[in-house]
Design a binder for this molecule. Structure first.
Ligand SMILES: [Zn+2]
Length: 110
């Protein structure tokens, strides 16, 4: 019998998110359009696994998606990081860290 990989459930989920992101980077726009249904289902599947591992999010304070920086808790705000063209869904500890590192574009974060 094969040994169980030494990986936590959170690390396993992380790996699946990484795989999806790596795959998305490989797709051309046409390929992305052709596979939209599969990609949506993959996103839904990751959401289901996220709920199983992290429990339900607080709909008042949190988004239903994990923080895009650490993936260790649900995102609470959408922030603008310096040097990035698109906003980032962030948890409070990451926002605090970004602010102390002066990496946030203040005033524009929603
Ligand atoms: Zn975070």
């Amino acid at each position: 019998m094969k040994e169980t990989p030494s990986m936590t459930r959170k690390q396993a989920l992380d790996t699946l998110f990484d795989l999806r992101e790596a795959y998305l980077r490989l797709l051309s726009y046409e390929q992305y359009q052709q596979q939209a249904n599969t990609l949506t289902r993959t996103r839904d599947a990751l959401d289901v696994l996220t709920r199983m591992i992290y429990g339900p999010h607080d709909p008042v304070q949190q988004y239903s998606m994990l923080c895009e920086r650490c993936r260790r808790s649900y995102a609470e705000r959408l922030v603008k990081e310096k040097g990035k063209s698109i906003s980032t869904f962030c948890c409070t500890p990451c926002i605090t860290a970004l602010r102390s590192e002066h990496q946030l574009v203040e005033g524009e974060d929603a």
